[in-house]
Write a protein that binds this ligand. Structure first.
Ligand code: ADP
Ligand code: MG
Length: 334
């Protein structure tokens, strides 16, 4: 490596994309390029469908512990990719897999487990592996997933308006809790629900489809609620207010991690839940769907006219996230 080169730590992941890749996206047929959970392209004139394409890489020791079973690595890889399609309101169709495999894992035992995990998730979500690549190297995998959505019905990060109500699906903080329990620092036994959540986070495809008609903006929470909500705010030119007491956190976390669960729910990441906004005149509809069990979601706040995210505590005290460094989400390099 040339020691004269400027290290990547000087530039954040999102600046890097903006600076070096964003300008390469302008091609005909691209309805939505770089900057959302997935790209949306139109492949033939007058088609009622759009293709939705997303890629996520998982690298050993960064995105999953080195000791993870092949079956679990495969499930997690496909689930996190499916989650980006869910955030677009898309249904999955096909995927490709690029696999870097160290020599010692190129054995039947590892590959059979990997294949079984991939097959289970693919089967659950009706999508087919259509190609890929295999190479020797440090363990890492990249999945490119392709789905479809009816034209004009895709969900994006860009449509939130002041006054919209803010929701999240499922519970928050579970991904961070699982990571903590897997870490060398923890002496606590692994909780099975959390383990399953980490290795096979349920992609909210069903919810995304219901939300096509209801949500003004949507994102999946991979880096932490605050960090991912900030993407909605930036793309929609709005701010947001989160009621801390409303954040849906599983009782196991509240009981066992009283000092950590709030931080994990706000910025832990790895939850792969959807964060979405609904206009106030349609709140009764979404609340009815929640009551009927058609969508598992919780209202957590509102979209505001500002450009920052405020956290409102139970006592009504407002904290501004700009002054609340520890509640930042995950970012590579920065
Ligand atoms: P997500 O967390 O939803 O997977 P990312 O934060 O990884 O999204 O990426 C944000 C946006 O930047 C996405 O639209 C993604 O497609 C795009 N992006 C990320 N890396 C690259 C790259 N190397 N080249 C082009 N676009 C990229
Ligand atoms: Mg995403």
């Amino acid at each position: 490596m040339n020691s004269e080169l400027k290290p990547l730590s000087a530039i954040g992941e999102f600046d890097l994309i903006q600076r070096y890749f964003h300008n390469l996206t302008a091609q005909q047929g691209v309805e939505l390029g770089i900057g959302d959970d997935a790209a949306v392209v139109s492949f033939e004139a007058n088609s009622q469908s759009r293709l939705v394409v997303a890629t996520d890489s998982l690298v050993a020791d960064i995105h999953f512990p080195l000791c993870s079973a092949a079956y679990d690595i495969a499930r997690r890889s496909l689930c996190v990719n499916l989650s980006d399609l869910a955030a677009m309101g898309a249904i999955p169709r096909w995927f490709t897999l690029a696999l870097n495999l160290p020599q010692h894992l190129a054995v039947d035992e590892w590959l059979a487990g990997f294949s079984r995990g991939l097959g289970e998730i693919a089967n659950d979500h009706n999508c087919a592996l259509i190609g890929g690549d295999v190479s020797r190297g440090n363990l890492a995998l990249t999945i490119t997933i392709i789905g479809q959505v009816p034209a004009d019905e895709m969900l994006t990060r860009g449509g939130a308006k002041p006054g919209d109500h803010l929701y999240v699906t499922g519970t928050l903080g579970d991904g961070a809790a699982a990571l903590w329990l897997m870490s060398a620092e923890s002496n606590d036994p692994m909780d099975l629900r959390l383990r399953e959540h980490f290795y096979a986070p349920i992609p909210r495809i069903k919810e995304g489809i219901v939300l096509r008609d209801l949500a003004t903006a949507c994102i999946d929470i991979s880096d932490g609620l605050l960090s991912d909500l900030a993407h909605i705010c930036l793309k929609s030119s709005v701010g947001a207010e989160i009621n801390l007491s409303r954040l849906p956190v599983h009782s196991y976390l509240k009981t066992n991690f009283a000092n950590f669960f709030l931080e994990w729910a706000l910025s832990g990441g790895d939850d792969y839940e959807l964060c979405f906004t609904v206009p106030s005149h349609r709140v009764t509809e979404i609340d009815r769907l929640i009551r009927q069990g058609q969508i598992d979601a919780t209202p957590i706040g509102k979209i505001t006219a500002g450009d920052d995210i405020a956290l409102v505590s139970e006592s009504g005290r407002t904290l501004n996230d700009k002054h609340f460094g520890k509640y930042r989400g995950y970012t590579h390099f920065a």
